[in-house]
Design a protein around this ligand. Structure first.
Ligand code: IPE
Ligand code: IPE
Ligand code: MG
Length: 251
């Protein structure tokens, strides 16, 4: 039975997030430069986005460029930004054909103007689409986002709009870039690295983590389906006890 056939529609995660990693190693394995791997990753993005929409996932977040990635060599950063503009422009049709809207999270002001414009254009064009929201994390890091949220809350307190005792999870989450979507239930990272690299630290408090050895350019919708099948077998307790196990012990 294929992974897709094993997926239980009623238990589908509403929001899946992916740390797309391993482009450089994929290129190196073939004796090519790192940017070849980034180009190779575009096909993986298209297939995964279509696969997620086909299943009925409502939000798909892709970590495409971190705040720390600015520290990479200039030629690689420039090539990544070029690729981004080019891909978003070419994939606008795929998003329209699949009824998918685009959103971006991160420090948009730090992106090159051309990139910001293309992103905003596609966000506007796709804004009425309802099947799925694709969230691109660009120039994003979780600590940046949390510090930013704290600043906004602090200024509301300073101006008397908010009392310190009114600050709770909900008030805080409203100031994050992800205030428009639910927290991811499933976080996937490719390339065999077992770390979070500053991605959605607040939002993944209770997400299930799935790590795969696959390098991002080799990732396809079947790999997403495999991760979802694995996710659906897990017992999510949120700090409580499983009712069945607890009843058995008291019997
Ligand atoms: C992920 O692939 C893409 C970005 C972080 C932009 P990498 O470029 O990190 O590839 P590896 O991890 O060096 O193989
Ligand atoms: C994480 O990958 C960031 C993105 C996928 C955009 P990195 O390759 O930058 O992370 P590290 O350096 O392995 O932690
Ligand atoms: Mg990497």
């Amino acid at each position: 039975m294929s992974f897709k056939d094993q997926i239980i529609a009623e238990k589908l995660p509403l929001h899946v997030a992916i740390i797309m990693d391993g482009n450089g190693r994929w290129a190196k394995k073939q004796g090519k430069i790192r940017t070849f791997g980034h180009k190779g990753g575009v096909l993986a993005v298209r297939d995964t986005v279509e696969g997620a929409a086909e299943l009925g996932v409502k939000f798909l977040s892709l970590y495409a460029f971190s705040t720390e990635n600015w520290k990479r060599p200039r030629w690689e950063v420039d090539a990544l930004m070029e690729l981004l503009v080019d891909t978003i422009s070419k994939e606008t049709k795929t998003l329209m054909d699949n009824n998918i809207s685009l959103q971006a999270i991160g420090d948009m002001d730090s992106l090159p103007p051309k990139c910001r414009r293309q992103l905003q254009d596609t966000i506007n064009i796709t804004s009425a689409n309802t099947r799925m929201t694709l969230i691109l994390a660009l120039s994003y890091s979780s600590r940046w986002e949390i510090v930013n949220a704290t600043r906004k809350i602090a200024s509301q307190v300073a101006s008397g709009q908010l009392k310190p005792e009114e600050i709770d999870d909900e008030v805080f989450a409203k100031q994050l870039c992800t205030s428009f979507c639910p927290d991811p239930e499933l976080l996937i990272r490719t390339s065999g690295e077992h770390r979070i690299s500053n991605f959605m630290l607040w939002q993944i408090a209770y997400a299930e983590l799935f790590f795969t050895e696959k390098l991002w350019p080799d990732f396809r919708r079947e790999d997403l389906f495999e991760a979802i099948v694995d996710f659906q077998k897990r017992d999510r307790r949120y700090g409580m006890v499983n009712e069945k196990q607890s009843d058995d012990q008291h019997a």
